[in-house]
Design a protein around this ligand. Sequence first.
Ligand code: ISL
Length: 554
Amino acid sequence: ATKKDWWQYAQFYQIYPRSFMDSDGDGIGDLNGITSKLEYLKDLGVTAAWLSPIFTSPMVDFGYDISDFFDIQPEYGTLEDFRALIKRAKELDLKIILDFVPNHSSNESIWFKKSVNRERGYEDYYVWHDGKVNATTGEREPPTNWLQYFRGSAWEWNEVRQQYYLHQFAVQQPDLNYRNPAVVEQMKRVLRYWLKEGVSGFRCDALPPLFEVLPDAEGQYPDEVVSGATEDSEDRNYLTVKYIENQPETIDMVYQWRTVLDDYQRIYGGNSSVLLIETYAPAWFTMQFYGNRTREGAHLPFNFNLITVMEEKGLSAGHVKEAIDLWLNNMPAGRTPNWVLGNHDKRRAASRYGKEYIDAMNMLVMILPGVSVTYQGEELGMTDGEISWEDTVDPWGCNSNPSIYEQYTRDPERTPFQWTSGTNAGFTNGSTTWLPLAADYKTVNVESELAAEESHLKIYKELMALRKSSKTLQNGSTKYWVIGDDLFVVLRTYGDEDKYLLAINFGSKEETVYLPDLADRSLFRLIIKSLGSELTLGVWYGDLHVQPAEALVL
Ligand code: ISL
């Protein structure tokens, strides 16, 4: 086997800084809080932590609206605090990855202010348009029917400039204009700036809306076709989105960013840094982000299939197989697969799949080939918080109304991390938290789960350790089957090395698998089992009976 690079064996962990650890009692997580918990990550077995945005921001979208891409949000700390974080991470041999948000800035960015005033060099920094005149009423209208992700029109009238600007997200997040080479270069500067600060790569935010279709000769953009998927004309799903997502230029831009990273390494040496990219697109499009025959792209375009296929079709062995096929059967040869169970935009894994499946899903992503990405709290089986309309702060929720907000808000998956069973779950010494805690923190927390004989956390740590030490899991080949009605089985083999078998029962009745049929009459040993399993660890041969929701690693 050819020698692999660090990221091909890595275990990635997403930190949502606002909710990870608060060091100064204001109820908001911060950099010093993260630094104080790096040993926890090390102990988990994490290779690289990705921090959601920590840059200067009015916090309309909690950091995804950046007003200064080159500085730290004061609530989170200072550049000095960041340097201390990097230093401590290096001591622990942990890598730090930052969020790179290329699609938009905050409307409070100096770039936007200059663009509003048509200052030289900034006139076309954003996507501006005169709009059109309604033939019947004679009134001014937005250029197209395009909708933002967070409900409502994607165009906003600007009084000063007397033009509309495009915002695929909130009104306060104007889209940068990637057809302007100055913008492209500016954003490459952002990458180089943080590489210089010692980060090991980036998670690139929101790739689908990076480019829009080119306007026609008269400067007009096409309307999107109404989809019929929803009758709610504010909801983006009201449209069949074709002109404002996944344009081919986006793929080339990712290749260019890769070049920035590779050039940096060529000039300054050190380890390679990685690009993880957030994209939602059909497989044929997504796979191009990995690169092509002549160019390298993202090291890891996120694989959200275990989220999206299940959301659409429900959790079952067949659908899990479908999600895995969708990635592995489309991935170009020689690339590294990856498996994502959740993030700060999706209901927490334990809530979405069902609490009883959290061990099973953690086993799945760590037994499958490639790398896994954990969202903070998945290792504990953290569940969603219950957030009232009054407490709702996510713009997607706020842009709706009390009767439908739960369908849009992302607050439930962003509640503070649960460290202890004490006051405010040990997240802060202060008396408040920026979002209420999830109700189950007294039992679901690091302290209790470390103290317990068995826990989700302990299972997670065993899996991480296994993944780190096993040549088979790192390099082996993979087979998987649906057996019986709802049993999912994965087998990893690698020459004469130990084989690994994972069996998960997604159904409601006992399932049986005859082990010798699957793996050359091998003798197996049960080494990890989901919480609540009544089997005893040890040698297995012949029939393996798996109970509903039980998950076993042999
Ligand atoms: O959240 C989604 C689906 O549940 C997506 O449509 C999401 O809006 C999209 O993937 C982009 O998300 C990213 O960029 C947004 C930010 O609000 C999200 O938190 C971030 O992950 C704008 O920067």
